[in-house]
Design a protein around this ligand. Structure first.
Ligand code: HEM
Length: 258
């Protein structure tokens, strides 16, 4: 049954793909974009970056849809979310995806960071990509934190108020940053306006080019470990050591002969 469905699908899709490829070259382009060799060891772990990319794009998409109804004022924010959840077509689904995808994103990005750390992908020449990754995870965390406050319910409000108060004890800059983020001494309408700008404009605008550079650098260097097999590399290393030892032995022999 499955092979019949597969054969039928290929029969329909293949001619369309061939037709499009001949005229645009888009299939080759997609193949080039999607194909990236990974080391044999831990192959599934190398999909975590792509999973992060998928989830962050899902956040952008569902976030834009939520913006059609969300109102960023202290009087209307909570009501607009209530409206999304009760009256808007697919509102609970879109908001649910945005909420759960944000939570899963935090877990997946953490796992991606662990994978790159434990496979040594931060080493030369990939240091800049690692540093960009660290900035990315910080921005994504702030994205999650600001999103929490946008609900403007008791939970979101107090999480933001307490979070900012804790941050305000940071030496030298803490108090200034807290006043800037709150828009005054305490949380109010100016706070929600700032949280909104940070969540909807500032962070996505910073994330998009950084993700672009992250992927460009990945393509430039390839996945760490895919360029060699560990056993082959060890054999080459041993061979080089033997050659060096032999050269040293030869030198010593010549010295002793005068
Ligand atoms: C928005 C967040 C991020 C996105 C969309 C993203 C995306 C990706 C993708 C698609 C890959 C290639 C596939 C893979 O290796 O899994 C990758 C590789 C890489 N990522 Fe990320 N990443 C993000 C965050 C991070 C973080 C937080 C770190 C570490 C601090 C990081 C460090 C790296 C490194 C070093 C590589 C190269 C891996 C190698 O050469 O083996 N990334 N990233």
């Amino acid at each position: 049954m499955i092979s019949r469905i597969k054969g039928w699908t290929l029969g329909v899709v293949q001619p369309i793909a061939d037709w499009t490829e001949e005229r645009t070259g888009v299939v080759t382009m997609l193949e080039h974009f999607l194909y990236e060799p990974v080391p044999k060891r831990g192959k599934w772990l190398y999909t975590l970056g792509s999973a992060t990319l998928f989830l962050i794009n899902l956040q952008f998409l569902t976030g834009i849809l939520l913006l059609f109804y969300y109102v960023p004022t202290t009087d209307n924010a909570w009501d607009s979310i209530y409206y999304i959840m009760t009256d808007v077509y697919f509102g609970p689904l879109i908001r649910g995806i945005h909420f759960w995808s944000a939570n899963i994103l935090m877990i997946v990005i953490g796992m991606h960071m662990l994978r790159t750390f434990f496979s040594g992908a931060y080493k030369a020449p990939r240091e800049i990509n690692w540093v960009i990754g660290v900035v990315l995870i910080m921005l994504v965390t702030i994205l999650a934190f600001t999103g929490y406050a946008l609900r403007w319910d008791q939970e979101g409000f107090w999480a933001w108020e307490v979070g900012i108060k804790i941050g305000s004890y940071t030496p030298f800059v803490g108090a200034y940053v807290a006043t800037f983020l709150l828009g005054g001494d305490t949380a109010g309408p100016a706070t929600l306006a700032r949280v909104f700008v940070i969540h909807v404009w500032l962070l996505p605008a910073a994330l998009a080019p950084l993700i672009g550079i992250h992927l460009y650098l990945l393509r430039k260097h390839g996945e760490f470990g895919s360029e060699f097999e560990y056993s082959k590399r060890l054999a080459e290393l041993r061979e080089r050591q033997q050659i060096e030892e032999y050269a040293l032995y030869e030198e010593g022999d010549e010295d002793s002969r005068g």
